[in-house]
Design a protein around this ligand. Sequence first.
Ligand code: AMP
Length: 215
Amino acid sequence: MGLNLVFLGLPGSGKGTQALEIAKKFELNLISVGDLLRDECDKKSDLGLKIKKRIDEGELVTLDIIEELLRQNIDSKDGFIFDGIPRNIEQAVLLDKLMQERDARIDLVIEFQISENSIIDRIKHRYICNQCGAILCLNNATDKYCLECGVDDIFKRKDDCSTKAVNNRINVYNEEFHDIKNFYIAKSVLYSIDADRNLEEVTCSIMDLISKSQA
Ligand code: AMP
């Protein structure tokens, strides 16, 4: 399917979870820039160590690294969900350029709207499964196993444990969002959804927007 989507939203707004779900449903290639960066960190290369420092502090990784990473991961296949990019106007322009190089375009940009209080609460309870990559919301401190695949190999992201890093990510998002929003409004591709609802309701809203964008 030649559909290219961008999911925008604060960290913890649920865009990563929905991106996984929608990518499966529509057989789209999921490009989660945060995951790609964390994979690079795991390699413990010089580049990985540089990236890790920025991530741990809640700062954006530089544009040259992001471009390199995208070029490595966007091959000729079309039909992508971009999760976690663009984070600033330079990245929005870059993404457009990369799409144009492939005779493609961003068809639909979905903004996940949610209050900062909900974000902070969600991040507090967010765990990741080391086995299947599921993003979990665990309220009960004793239930520390994956609700998707059942293993007890789950972890909390370091940048989710630091109040300073969480606040920094929220501030960076708020500072940059205005320009990104205007960029996509000018292209008539931006739509907003209420992300402060349960998973199924949010998925329905996204599917609705996808159907309308293809009509
Ligand atoms: P995320 O997994 O989307 O919450 O991103 C976690 C961290 O990875 C961010 O706080 C940034 O440090 C880094 N990061 C993710 N996406 C980008 C991006 N598009 N540009 C620069 N840094 C990013």
